[in-house]
Design a protein around this ligand. Structure first.
Ligand SMILES: NC(=O)c1ccc[n+]([C@@H]2O[C@H](COP(=O)([O-])OP(=O)(O)OC[C@H]3O[C@@H](n4cnc5c(N)ncnc54)[C@H](OP(=O)(O)O)[C@@H]3O)[C@@H](O)[C@H]2O)c1
Length: 215
């Protein structure tokens, strides 16, 4: 009985043979997600803007025996998103099981202090990227026969946390997009879920962590 339980549990939690794209995998939450997926046997593609950091991470992961590939991409740029998915498609033979829309950024200001450029940057980085990457990845996720999208949102998309009204709006939009895709793409065997963390000690919030009194 113990043996049966153990083998059932092993196969349930293995991602051997699965493919995944994790945006922003060189630091913070994205880094932890890459490690977890690769540790469970998935082949992972990740991206970030800083080439030197990406190369360091890829070297470390490969030394651990993980199958992690990567490419430089600024996900706030439409053309670069298209190039990213082309790379993923050719590397994974047109099939993707898991898309983790992790990249997000923030700069907190009073609402009347935000500029047009601030608005565009936060919308492009946090929500347009995730929406467009999901659109681009749809045929690959469908072709896998078992697709899954995970959006990394925030509690700031549900309640007011004082982190900035634009950031909060992008995360609230993400929560609703998750629901829309979950219903629209279920017929294609693509699940859509959202994780909404509170404070996680990462470079993104290191400078405000004492102010927020959380860790
Ligand atoms: N940390 C928290 O407490 C917290 C709480 C709630 C939600 N979240 C959410 O969790 C997600 C990850 O946050 P984090 O704290 O792990 O962030 P982080 O520590 O700042 O790491 C961000 C990662 O994304 C990459 N990145 C940033 N902008 C990018 C862009 N335009 N294109 C491509 N890659 C980009 C970064 O590398 P490069 O800089 O080299 O591009 C890095 O690998 C975000 O969506 C954030 O909103 C975080």
């Amino acid at each position: 009985m113990a043996e049966a339980e153990s083998s059932c549990s092993d196969s349930r939690w293995s991602l051997k043979g699965a493919t995944a794209l994790v945006t922003g995998g060189t630091l913070g939450i994205g880094y932890a997600i890459v490690e977890e997926l690769a540790g469970m046997g998935a082949t992972v593609h990740t991206c970030a803007r800083t080439e030197s950091k990406l190369n360091d991470r890829l070297r470390d992961w490969n030394a651990k025996g993980f199958d992690v590939r990567g490419s430089v991409c600024d996900v706030s740029d439409r053309a670069q998103r298209e190039q990213l998915i082309e790379k993923v498609s050719s590397g994974f033979n047109g099939k993707l099981n898991i898309l983790i829309n992790n990249v997000g950024t923030n700069f907190s200001k009073p609402t009347i202090g935000y500029t047009v450029a601030d608005f565009s940057t936060l919308i492009a980085t946090n929500i347009e990227s995730a929406y467009h990457l999901s659109q681009l990845a749809h045929p690959l996720l469908k072709a896998s026969g078992a697709g899954s999208i995970v959006f990394i949102s925030s509690v700031a998309g549900v309640v007011s946390t004082g982190t900035g009204s634009i950031y909060a709006a992008t995360k609230a939009a993400m929560n609703q997009i998750t629901k829309s895709l979950a219903c629209e793409w279920a017929k294609d065997n693509i699940r859509s879920n959202c994780v909404a963390p509170f404070c996680i000690r990462t470079p993104l919030i290191e400078h405000v962590i004492f102010f927020l009194s959380c860790s």
